[in-house]
Write a protein that binds this ligand. Structure first.
Ligand SMILES: [Zn+2]
Length: 232
C-alpha cells in the first residue's frame, strides 16, 4: 500500500512512511510474512527477509524503514534469507525457524491460490495419515527436487532463499492433488519436520566439506613430506 506524501517532497518519487515508527522509509514492504527491500533502502535493497515470530511480535504491515528492520533483525524476529546486492553468505546459515516459516509461506500460497480458484472448500476423509504423509513427501520431492529427500546431496551449501518457499508450495500441491487440501496430516507439522531435517542436512554438508578440506590438507602434507624425502 503506497502512501504518497506529495507536500513533503518536491521530487517525483513519493515519500514512504514506515508503518512502525512513522519515519521516512524506502520502497520496502512488510507483508507480515516477508519483508521485501526496495529502492530507497540503504541496507536492504533487493533483500528478502522472513518473520520467524508470529502474531503481535510481527511489526505492522506496510512500509518499513531500515532502522526498524535492523531492530527486528537484532531482536531475532526477522531473518534475511535472500539478497542480490549484499553479502555472498546471506541465506547460507538460516535458522530452523526461518526454514519453517518459509516452507509454511509456500504451502499457504499454494492453498490460497487453489481454493480461491476452486471457490469451494477442502474436504476431509478418514485415510491412513502415515501413508498419505509418505506419498505427499514423495510428490513434493518430484515437484521441488528437495535435497532433504534426495539420496545424493551436494558437498557444498548454497543459499536456499526462495527455494524453501517453493518446497512448501510443492508440499501443498501434492496434498491438494491427493484431495487432502489443508486437511493433509498438517503442513505445519510437515514444515516443522522439514525445517529440522534441513538444518541437520546443513550440518552434515558442513561436516563433510570440512572433513574433505582436512583430507586434502593431510594429502598435501603427505605429498610435501614425500617430496622432502625424495629430495634427500
Ligand atoms: Zn521505522
Amino acid at each position: 500500500m503506497r502512501v504518497p506524501q506529495s507536500a513533503a517532497s518536491d521530487d517525483t518519487w513519493p515519500d514512504f512512511i514506515c508503518a512502525t515508527c512513522h519515519g521516512p522509509a524506502g520502497d520496502t514492504t512488510n507483508t507480515g510474512i516477508v519483508v521485501r527491500g526496495g529502492y530507497g533502502s540503504t541496507r536492504y535493497d533487493t533483500s528478502s527477509l522472513i518473520w520467524v515470530v508470529r502474531g503481535a511480535d510481527v511489526y505492522p504491515t506496510g512500509y518499513m524503514c531500515d532502522g526498524c528492520i535492523d531492530r527486528a533483525v537484532s531482536d531475532g524476529a526477522l531473518e534475511e534469507f535472500q539478497t542480490s546486492l549484499g553479502a555472498a553468505e546471506t541465506g547460507l546459515y538460516l535458522s530452523e525457524a526461518a526454514y519453517h516459516e518459509l516452507f509454511c509461506h509456500g504451502a499457504r500460497s499454494a492453498y490460497d491460490a487453489f481454493w480461491s480458484a476452486r471457490e469451494d472448500s477442502p474436504y476431509v476423509e478418514a485415510r491412513d495419515p502415515e501413508a498419505l504423509r509418505t506419498v505427499i513427501e514423495g510428490m513434493r520431492y518430484r515437484l521441488s527436487g528437495d535435497e532433504v529427500l534426495a539420496s545424493a546431496v551436494s558437498t557444498q551449501r548454497s543459499p536456499l532463499g526462495w527455494g524453501a518457499v517453493n518446497i512448501g508450495y510443492a508440499h501443498a500441491v501434492a496434498a491438494i492433488a491427493l484431495g487432502c487440501g489443508e486437511a493433509d496430516p498438517g503442513f505445519e507439522t510437515a514444515a516443522a519436520d522439514w525445517a529440522q531435517a534441513r538444518r541437520a542436512l546443513d550440518a552434515q554438508i558442513d561436516l563433510a566439506s570440512h572433513s574433505t578440506e582436512a583430507m586434502f590438507a593431510a594429502m598435501a602434507e603427505d605429498t610435501d613430506s614425500v617430496a622432502d624425502q625424495d629430495g634427500d
